[in-house]
Design a protein around this ligand. Sequence first.
Ligand code: AMP
Ligand code: GLY
Length: 434
Amino acid sequence: MKILLLGSGGREHALALKLRASAQAVELVSAPGSDALGELGQRVALDLEDPAGVAAWCAGNRPDLVVIGPEVPLVAGVGDAVRALGIPVFGHDAATARLEGSKAFAKAFMERHALPTAVSHTVTDLAAGEALIHSWSHGLPIVLKADGLAAGKGVVLAASQAEALATLRAFMAGQFGEASRTVVFEAPLVGMELSLHVLVDVDADHATYALLPACQDHKRIFEGDEGPNTGGMGAFGPLPFLKSEDIELMRTRLVEPTVRGLQKDGLRARGVLFLGVMWTARGPELLEYNVRFGDPETQVLMQLLDEDLAALLLEVAEGRLVARDLKLKPHTAIAVVLAAEDYPEGAKKGVPIYIGNPPVTVIHAGTKKVAGQWLTNGGRVLNLATSAPDLVAARAAIEEALPEVHWPGMQVRNDIGLKALCHAEAGKTVQDPW
Ligand code: AMP
Ligand code: GLY
C-alpha cells in the first residue's frame, strides 16, 4: 500500500513508525517530511497550504491512502481536493476542520448541540470587547482566544482586567493577523485537563466512531507545571484513576452529541477528533476541538494501539469504520519530550545529539542529519516513548533510557505522569480536586 503522509514532526514520525509496522507492505512517502521520515521512505517537497499542488502530485502518483497530520492542510482544504480525485484521505473536509480553524465556529457548534462547555462571547470589534471586559462577571482569569489558527499561541488566560484589555488590543491589532481580529472570550473552567481522541466517520448515511484511550499532556516547560506554555513536554495514558464509567460519561456527554451534531449539520468527518476536556466539578466539559492527532499524545497512542494502523486509517478514509472497541495493549504508555535549549522562546539549532542505545522508541520531532550526525533542528527535538504494565513501570523505563540520549542544553521534564500517579496512589478519582 502506498501512503502519502503529510507533516514533519514527532506526531508524523510516530504515525510513520506504526504504519511501517502494518501487516501489509507499506510504501511510505512523506511531505515535506523530515530527515528521520526520509529514513522510512521517499520525501517530496509539497506545500501543505496548497490543496491544488498536493492534489496534482496525488493525481500523478496515485497513493492508496493520504494521511494528513497537521491542522493547517485540513483547514486549507487539502482533504477535499485529494478526495475529489477518488483517493481515500484520512483527514476531514475543510468545512469540518473549522471546528479547529475557528474557535467561534466551534463554540457555536457546541452551543447548537448542547455540549457542556464554558460560557463564551465572540467579539469582532474593540469597543465591544472593552465593554465586555469592563462588565466581566465570570471571575478570573478572563480567557481570550484568537478565533483562527495561531500555532497553539492564540489562548491567553488573563489574570486581571488590565491584562485582558492589553491582550484584546494586541489581538485586534493583528498579533496573529486575521486569526485574532475575531476574539472569543470564555469563562474559566477549573479542573483536570485531559485529551480524548476519537476516530470518526460521519457522512449523510452513517455516523460511527471509535474511542482511543484518554491521555494527559503536560504543557508547561518546567516540572511541577511551572513556566511558560509549550506545545507539550510529555504525555501518558490511560489515566490510572479513570474508571470505565468516567469514559462512558465522556462518551455520552461529549462524543456522541458531537458525532450526531456533525451529521445534523451535514459536516462529513473522515479522521480523528481530539477533544480537549476539562473535568470540572460539574463533570467533563469541552475546552476545544482539534481535528488532528495531538502531539505528543499520538506518540503515546501509537504505543498502546494493537491494530494494523494502515488498515484502520484506510477504513476511516473509505467511510467504512466499524464502531468497536479498538484493540489495545493492556499497558500504560508514556512519551517524554527532549527539548532544545531556549525552548519555548526559541530553539538552539544545530547542536549535535548523542543517541546511544535507549531501550525505548526514539521519535524524531525536530532533528536533521548532517554527515551522519543528528543535530537539533526545532524546539521539541526528540521523544522517548514506551509502554509498560503500569505507569510506575513506564516512568521507570524512561528514566532508565534517558542517560542514553542527550546534548548540551537539552531540557526534559522528569515528572511526566507523576501528578496523576500521586493522585491515584492517594485513592483519588477524576472528580477530586486536581
Ligand atoms: P485551547 O487551545 O482552547 O485548548 O486552549 C489552550 C489551553 O488553554 C487549554 O489546553 C487549557 O489549558 C487552557 N484553556 C482553554 N480554555 C480554557 C478555559 N475556558 N478555562 C480554563 N483554561 C482554558
Ligand atoms: N498536545 C496538544 C496538541 O497537540 O494540541
